[in-house]
Write a protein that binds this ligand. Sequence first.
Ligand SMILES: Nc1ncnc2c1ncn2[C@@H]1O[C@H](COP(=O)(O)OP(=O)(O)OP(=O)(O)O)[C@@H](O)[C@H]1O
Ligand SMILES: CC(=O)N[C@H]1[C@@H]2OC[C@@H](O2)[C@@H](O)[C@@H]1O[C@H](C)C(=O)O
Length: 382
Amino acid sequence: MSKFCIGLMSGTSLDGIDGVIVKINEDGRFESLIESIYLPFSKSLRDELKELSESQVVNKEKLLRYDFLLGKLFADCVEKLLEKSKIDRKEIFCIGSHGLTVGHFPSQKKIFGVNTAFTLQIGDGDIIAEKTGILTVSDFRRKDMASGGEGAPLIPFVDKLLFYRKDKNVACLNIGGIANITIIPKNESRDLIAFDTGPGNYLSDLAVKRLFGNKHTCDLNGNFAKKGRVNNLLLERIFADEYFRKMPPKSTGKEYFGEDFLNFVLQVGRHLDFLDLFSTISYLTPYSIAKSIEMFVEYEDFPEILIVSGGGVNNEFFMESLKNLLPDVDIISSDKLGISSDFKEAIGFAILGFNTLNRIPSSIPSVTGCSKPQILGKISLP
Ligand SMILES: Nc1ncnc2c1ncn2[C@@H]1O[C@H](COP(=O)(O)OP(=O)(O)OP(=O)(O)O)[C@@H](O)[C@H]1O
Ligand SMILES: CC(=O)N[C@H]1[C@@H]2OC[C@@H](O2)[C@@H](O)[C@@H]1O[C@H](C)C(=O)O
């Protein structure tokens, strides 16, 4: 019998909460999207979350209170989903909640002789379970990290489930705050490869505000970027960043491709016209994605189709640049294949929650570098 599951996601763009109700069959296969909702954060909440997730100095009390606050906002999102869908909460098998990442430090650092690496997503699962009365799985990344993995990306499991094809190598690209890809070889005996390619909407959102004023929350449809000309010298200088040279598994975050990175680019490109400067910053996203895919040119896994999701699908400059950079790849939005590009990750966390409760491992060693496939997350009983 298939089951209703709820997925909740709040990503690195800090724009709001995506929530879905999906139907999953007993083998763990996605059947259909039943309901979806997007709850944007207010401007002042965004600013607080930005401070919390970017500042090096953490206000302990603020961190803990926001852990609670987000738990409550995620629970509100569940209530809205139930109301909209008219589904009784007793019919929901589980909630899978990603939370909101406030820190992600996957590279090893020795403290008191011990190698450490960890990640933190807030929006406590206990609060969600208590307020909704529904079994909740949260905190998905830490078990992977505990076994030596990067803790990200986790959606590749879902990408394979949704998009695997026998006849073609497929790549799934999500352009969220950070961009990431999953390469799914048609030859099932080959390993899945997935990693964060680098910047995504977050860097573009920061740059648009800095260069064109705070009234802009993003580069709507890529309109500013389309007006400028990419400066190749600046592009090569910023593409020289060591993250782009690293081999997968690798993951990154706003700590890396955020304010500090933007300050560096603005400093190096200070002599440029604002539109050209912005176009170049923006171009770094499709350029680094295309270069990541080109790495596979010599391999049998080179993707013939690129299925794109995430808010970046709406950025025409990103999409047009990708098409020019990858002329041999068929680039389509996941919407064309029946998976909402806005809600793919929320759908993913509903599936990951279902996996946990069915003891299905969701992390993949070839993707995150964990020592063995892990059953992820923490379970909060209602
Ligand atoms: N019409 C549009 N034009 C340009 N950009 C857009 C448009 N609509 C959404 N975006 C971009 O998409 C972003 C939100 O993307 P998304 O919801 O995929 O991010 P996320 O889930 O926070 O990211 P992540 O996958 O990194 O966790 C916005 O911050 C904005 O930059
Ligand atoms: C630590 C963290 O929150 N990482 C996110 C982030 O946003 C995109 C990219 O960086 C990806 O690695 C990941 O999210 C998706 C949902 C994932 O785990 O697949």
